[in-house]
Design a protein around this ligand. Sequence first.
Ligand code: FES
Length: 140
Amino acid sequence: MLYSDKVMDHFANPRNVGEIEDADGIGEVGNAKCGDIMKMYIKVDGGVITDVKFKTFGCGAAVATSSIATEMIKGKTIDDALKVTNKAVVEALEGLPPQKLHCSVLAEQAMKSALSDYYRRQGIDPVPIVGEIGDCEDCH
Ligand code: FES
């Protein structure tokens, strides 16, 4: 399987790994088929995501997509962060093998799940929709 240099870089040196103890939103998503789990923590100030951290127990592509996803939403407004799709994550990583595309879906859902949690804590309704996770038959 061929990974881009960018994927290898984010897998070998993932950015923003860890957790935020006093997070304003925490998202956790998992793919039932491959068993990979992604947890994302956000800090929000004045509608802007000031800090993001993640923990991913999963494949290399899941680590790389969560790493770059945290870079993509840090410093963004919530509205702009909600527009970051798994497609944008894949483009930022200069592509993923087809059988690893679902890992990027997990990253998008982890972000949305953290933002949903933030909305919930603020009493804002409706929360962003967390969609279906892609099929994971070709995992590992
Ligand atoms: Fe990467 Fe399933 S999330 S193998």
